[in-house]
Every structure is written in C-alpha cells, then in structure tokens.
Design a binder for this molecule. Structure first.
Ligand SMILES: Nc1ncnc2c1ncn2[C@@H]1O[C@H](COP(=O)(O)OP(=O)(O)OP(=O)(O)O)[C@@H](O)[C@H]1O
Ligand SMILES: O=c1[nH]c(=O)c2[nH+]cn([C@@H]3O[C@H](COP(=O)(O)O)[C@@H](O)[C@H]3O)c2[nH]1
Ligand SMILES: NC(=O)CC[C@H](N)C(=O)O
Ligand SMILES: [Mg+2]
Length: 681
C-alpha cells in the first residue's frame, strides 16, 4: 500500500467506528487514495508515508469524557493539514480545543433533519436542512462548543457541526459516509476538493482482476481450495472468482445444511448452483449443529439446543462449521495440506465481529459465523482465502454481474450463515431488570402524548417529557381518537448505537383504532429509543390493543420443533413478499416486486392475550421488512409507503394459518439501523 509515490492521499485515524471502512470507500469513490492508521499515529509518521492532503478522524464506541478514553496525538491538530472529525472524532476535536462533551438525557440514533450553514466550505451546495444519520449518546451543546469554533450544523437538540476555517478544522456529529446521509457524498467531495485541495488523480483498478491476482498469489500452483457455498450472493461470487482464477479442477465446493436453513432451501440451492456448472457437494449436518458446543469458555458443556444467549449461539455455529469442514474433507479424502478454505466473507461481517482485519478498536456487535475463534486461527496460519473481505454487498452484486452470473443469483436477498438460529429467540426466563416497571410506565406516557392527560400523574409525566421533544406534538401525526397501548416485552434484542453493541428491551405498540397510523408509529419508533435508552427496538402488534402486560415467556430452545415452526411462518411471509404464495392469483404474480432488501421473520417466545393463570405456550412472529443498500445502515419498510399494507396484512393472516397451533400474535418491526440491527440477534 505505502508506495512513497506522490499520489495524493487522505489519512483516516481509526477509532473503531462501524463505518470506518465506509469512510475509506467514500474517499476512494471520489478518486483519492486513503490509508487507515491506528488512532495514536502522529502527524510526522503520517507525512513520512506519502503525499497526505488531509486527515479524517473516525467515530468510535468510546466516550471522550471517560477516563482513559482513546485520543489523538496533539500534532494531528497542529500539523497544518485539514482535519475532519466524524462523531467521536468531532467530540475529540471539540474537547481538545477547550469545549466539553457530556452524556445528555436525549440520545440520537437514526436519520434526522439537520440544519446546516451552506456558507461553510464543507457544506457548499447543500440546502439549509439535510437528512443525515446521527448515532450518539454523548453530545455538544451551544454552551459547550470550543472557543474559536463556529457552530455550522444543528440537530433538534444538539450541535451537529463546528468549524474553524482558518485552521481548516471541521467536526461533524453526524455520519456523512453512510447511505442514510442523503447528501453525505457531497460533503466528502467538499472536504477533499474545496478544503484539502485534492486533484483526484487516483482511479480504481479493476476489482475483478485484483481479486483474481490475490487468489493466485495465495494459492500456489500445486494447491487447491475448498469453498463453502451457502447459495447466497457472496459465496457464489467467491466460487465463480475461484473458478476463474484457478480452474474448476482445483476448486471443491461444499454446501452445508446446518439445520437452520429455510424450508427446502438447501435442495434448491444445490440445484441452482449445479445449473450454472458450479458442482456442489451437499452435506446434511443438522444434528451436529444442534449438539455443537463452544470451546474454551466456562459454558463449554452447553450445547446449542440448550443455550439462549445470541453470542453463544453464534460462536457454536461458527465453530461447528469448521468442525464439519474437517469431517467433510476426510469424507471426500481431501489432503488438508493441499487445501485452503475459501469463504465469501464481506466487510460488514468483519466489522460487526470486531475483527482486527477491519479495525483495532471496534465493539463486537455480533460475531458472524465466518469470523469465530477457529476461523481466526486458520487465518493466522494463512490457510483462508477471502477475496471479498473488502467488499460491501452492493459491490459484490456488481462484481457478480461482471462475472456473468444470472440476475436471480446476483439479486438474491441475503440469508445469514447461522440462519433461523438467530431468528428464534430462545428463552428460559423473562428479562426484567429493576428498571422494567419504570420503563414500562414512561413508555405508556410517551405513546399517550396525543391524548389529554387524565390525572395528575400523567400531567407530571407530560411536563417532564415535553421539553425533551423540542416542540414536537404527537397529536399532529396520531389523531387523538387513536388510543395507543404500549407493552414492554421482557426479552432482549441486539442493536448498534453510537458504534456500540446494545442488548435491550423491545417495545410493542398496539391499538384498536383503524386505520393504523403508520407514519405516526414510525415517528414514535424513532422517538422512543432517544428517550428510553434501555429500549433499542420498537414493534407494532397486529390484532387489536394488547391489554395485559407480559411477565413470563414461552420456554424456547433451538431444536427441530422450533425450526420447523419458524420455517412455516417464514415461508408463508416470504412467499407473500415474492407473490409466490399458493393463494396468490396469477394476475397478482405479475405485479412488480416490492423493493425490500431483506425480510427476516423472527420467532418470539411471547404469548399475548392469556386468560388468568394460563401457561405461556404460544409464540409470536415478527416481520422485519428492511431497506438498505450496504446493510451498515437502513430503515424499516413502512406499510402503505414502502410495502403495500394489504401485503403485510396477508402475511399476518397467512402466518396465523401456517402455524395455527402455536401463533399468538404477529408483529412488525419499525426500527431503523441504528438503533436496531437487521437481525434481532
Ligand atoms: N450453509 C452454508 N454452507 C456452506 N457455507 C456457508 C453456509 N452458510 C454460510 N456459508 C459461508 O459463510 C459465508 C458468509 O455467509 P453470508 O451469508 O454472509 O454470505 P452468502 O450466504 O454467500 O451471501 P448472502 O449474504 O447473500 O447470504 C458464505 O459466503 C459461505 O462461504
Ligand atoms: O453470513 C452471515 N453470518 C452471520 O453471522 C450474520 N449475521 C447477520 N448477517 C447478515 O448481515 C446483514 C447485516 O445484519 P445486521 O444488521 O443484523 O447486523 C444482514 O443481511 C444479516 O442477515 C449475517 N450473515
Ligand atoms: N458513533 C460514535 O462515534 C459515537 C461516539 C460516542 N460513543 C457517542 O455515543 O456519542
Ligand atoms: Mg448467506
């Protein structure tokens, strides 16, 4: 990478952001080369390595006000190069120049309207209000901006941008690098060309050629690869690249049915890959996965079908993949010495798993099955080939098209390696901390803000909440006739907030009112996690108001019975999305596809509407129609706007029919990423 030539470059100081590698991608897309450096690198060290024109400081999971929080070397701010601090980087800049950063009662996670000052060179050609992504719990306010800095952007409650034009120092609280920041690319363009004075002399080499060259350089002429294929885009593109680089004779492809695939999925996958001349060996290993264990932890004796903890599930599944791979090699009589393991690992997999390949300081959001301890061991031995590890999903699809793969494979929706295992929330006991009751009470007050207060308690709650809403009136989006109920569910789901993992309560809103006020619910889904920091996901429950609270759960484990149940629900909903459902009329099948990038169907151990004393036995299912381009950020698809409401209602009905014996209610997830993630675990 470091060539010492005079190609202009941007240095990125990596503080462990989820989006650090997206910053690097955006800079390259603007024809400027970028290099990532560890956070404490000095200006001298950077400048010795090439013709650097500017420095970008990334976000990160830490808080600058905490003792021992990571910081930059002072020289970064005094060396004369322009600096753009993003999120944590902005907070560092503000603190360094004498401002302060504090934890405020309002956090922000999601796309927001940010008021900006277009006279700032960073914001040239933008409007005075832009939709940008915020995700932070620590904030700067007017009173805490560093002297000598001007406020150039504001979100509802906080300062969102500061500048010192003379020193060419800029800080933004939002993330211009992600898709949910609508004109974010323009901000990079301004920083690179208007602030740093770049010329744009870098051009992206053909990524296909680079991948092929890399594969050939790792896999010597007398060596071969075993490639793991799931039927998804990434592994199919990976296998196609390997064929091109090494020839079919040196590539053995294996598909593993881990017991958590969709209904009949594995057979369909193998058939479709054989149809494009990718010969695949098919292994059925469900039992081995159900009984898999995690190595080297205190819970070492616990099998997958006994665990309820998402990270444990992920570790066990990932490690079992590697054990199964060893068995497969024995069975196929492949000599381990001559074989490399190839996987379709992408950037987000490594970022979310906090792999050192992606960043040195990121928080583990979720360990992807292809980046567990055993995989890391193999990588350290140099035995793994992952040509797509610097790609995002949209880039893989493009490469797949360049390689001539059929559109139905290139456009296939992703399905996670651990599959339905992370869509069944296993449970033994309800999750109810000391804050459960108070969170439930506040939640109810929030969803009732469109009503007149009924008593002194509601009056008092309103008085505390209203100032935090900065003039927003819920009654403008939810009519006062519509009375909402809100139930705090005693379960946890994984989220990503301020670059950290969260694992918190889920809120469930319901009503007897019709029509369902979707836009208002979307607003509430954005609002609730900013006020109630222990809630990272907001859902709506179909079927009328939920009137009693949920204090116990349906005991649930990963096994053939639960998998079979979620398979039926998943098929009912997915077939409806793709208009393949047996009940769909022929004319409906020709309607255009709905633009949804993924729709997990999640099984919850929650049984609503029980009569007194009845034991909890049923499950509920949550639809998660999701819109994104690179899966690092995204939004929930809103019925009536992004997906036809009647299609969703059909899914609800069909799930109830597909699992008649065990469905309590069907829900829809209204949470964006952040604060939620696409999958629940
Ligand atoms: N059932 C499986 N059998 C064999 N390999 C698998 C299986 N599931 C996942 N893998 C391996 O793990 C990698 C990562 O999985 P991931 O789901 O991210 O990618 P994918 O399945 O290829 O594409 P997509 O994201 O579109 O589903 C795959 O590329 C593949 O190498
Ligand atoms: O191969 C995978 N192995 C995994 O362990 C895994 N976990 C999540 N995903 C998929 O990654 C994308 C982003 O997911 P999240 O928003 O839930 O983090 C979504 O497309 C998820 O389905 C996985 N894929
Ligand atoms: N994304 C970030 O950089 C977040 C910074 C800090 N952890 C916060 O929550 O404010
Ligand atoms: Mg997959």
């Amino acid at each position: 990478q470091m060539t010492g030539d005079d190609t202009e470059r941007i240095a990125i100081l990596d503080f462990g952001a989820q989006y650090g590698k997206i910053i690097d991608r955006r800079v390259r897309e603007h024809r400027v080369l970028s290099d990532m450096f560890p956070l404490q690198t000095t200006a001298d060290e950077i400048m010795k390595k090439g013709n650097f024109k500017g420095i970008i400081i990334s976000g990160g999971p830490n808080s600058v006000w905490k003792e021992g929080a990571p910081s930059v070397d002072e020289s970064i701010f005094t060396c004369g190069l322009p600096v753009l601090g993003i999120c944590y980087g902005f907070q560092l800049l503000n603190k360094h120049f004498g401002g302060t950063v504090t934890r405020e009662s309002l956090r922000a996670d999601g796309q927001s309207d940010v008021e900006i000052d277009p006279s700032c060179p960073l914001f040239d050609c933008l409007s005075t209000s832009e939709k940008l992504l915020l995700t932070h719990g620590d904030s700067v306010t007017d009173a805490t901006v560093a002297p000598e800095f001007k406020v150039v952007a504001r979100s509802t409650a906080h300062v969102a941008g500061i500048s010192n034009d003379e020193r060419r120092l800029y800080g933004v609280q939002f993330h211009p690098e992600v898709d949910l920041s609508v004109n974010g690319a323009k901000i990079f363009d301004n920083f690179l060309y208007k602030v740093c004075g770049c010329r744009g002399d870098y051009s992206m080499e053909s990524r296909e050629e680079a991948c092929i060259a890399e594969i050939r350089s790792i896999v010597g002429p007398d060596q071969k690869v075993l490639v793991m294929v799931s039927g998804g885009v990434d592994s199919t593109v990976c296998a196609a690249l390997l064929h091109r680089a090494l020839g079919a004779d040196r590539v053995t492809a294996v598909h593993i049915d881990n017991g958590f695939m969709r209904l009949h999925e594995s057979d369909a996958v193998v058939e479709s890959l054989n149809a494009i001349n990718l010969k695949v060996h098919h292994f059925k290993c469900a039992e081995q996965f159900y009984k898999g264990k995690v190595n080297g932890r205190k819970e070492a004796g616990i099998t997958l079908d006994q665990t309820t903890e998402p990270e444990m599930k992920r570790q066990i599944i990932g490690n079992t993949f590697i054990h199964v791979k060893d068995d497969v090699m024995e069975e196929l009589k492949l000599n381990v010495e001559h074989y490399f393991l190839a996987q379709g690992t992408l950037r987000p997999d490594l970022i979310e798993s906090a792999s050192s390949l992606a960043s040195g300081h990121a928080d583990t959001i979720k360990t992807h099955h292809n980046d567990t301890a055993l995989v890391r061991e193999l990588r350290a031995k140099g035995r793994v080939v992952e040509p797509l590890r610097d790609f995002h999903k949209d880039e893989v699809r493009q490469l797949g098209r360049d390689l001539g793969l059929p559109e139905e494979i290139v456009e296939r929706q992703p399905f996670p390696g651990p599959g339905l295992a992370i869509r069944i929330l296993a449970a033994e006991r309800p999750y109810m901390c000391d804050d459960f009751a108070s969170t439930q009470t506040l939640l109810t007050h929030i969803v009732r803000l469109n009503q007149q207060p009924k008593d002194a308690e509601e009056e008092a709650a309103r008085a505390t909440l209203l100032p935090l809403l900065h003039g927003f009136d819920l009654a403008t989006v939810i009519p006062p006739e519509c009375v909402l109920s809100a139930t705090l569910l005693p379960i946890k789901s994984v989220g990503v907030q301020g670059d950290s993992r969260s694992y918190s309560y889920v809120a469930a809103i319901s009503t007897d009112y019709s029509p369902i006020p979707w836009k208002g619910l979307e607003k509430l889904a954005g609002l609730i996690p900013t006020l109630l920091h222990k809630i990272n996901r907001v859902t709506f429950v179909f079927g009328g108001a939920v009137n009693s609270s949920i204090s116990d759960l349906t005991t649930t484990h990963l096994n053939a019975q639960t998998v079979e149940k979620v398979q039926r629900a998943d098929k009912a909903a997915t077939d409806t999305l793709f208009r393949h459902h047996a009940e769909d009329a022929p004319e409906e099948r020709h309607l255009p596809h709905v633009n949804i990038q993924q729709m997990p169907v999640v099984m919850l151990p929650v049984h609503f509407d029980r009569v007194n004393g009845e034991i909890s036995q049923k499950h509920s299912f949550c639809l998660r129609p999701f819109m994104t381009s690179d899966f690092m950020t995204g939004t929930a698809a809103l019925p009536g706007r992004d997906i036809p409401e009647e299609m969703i209602l059909k899914m609800v009905d069909r799930i109830q029919k597909a699992v008649p014996e065990g469905t309590s209610r069907v829900l829809i997830d209204m949470t964006s990423k952040p604060p939620g993630t696409t999958e629940w675990e």
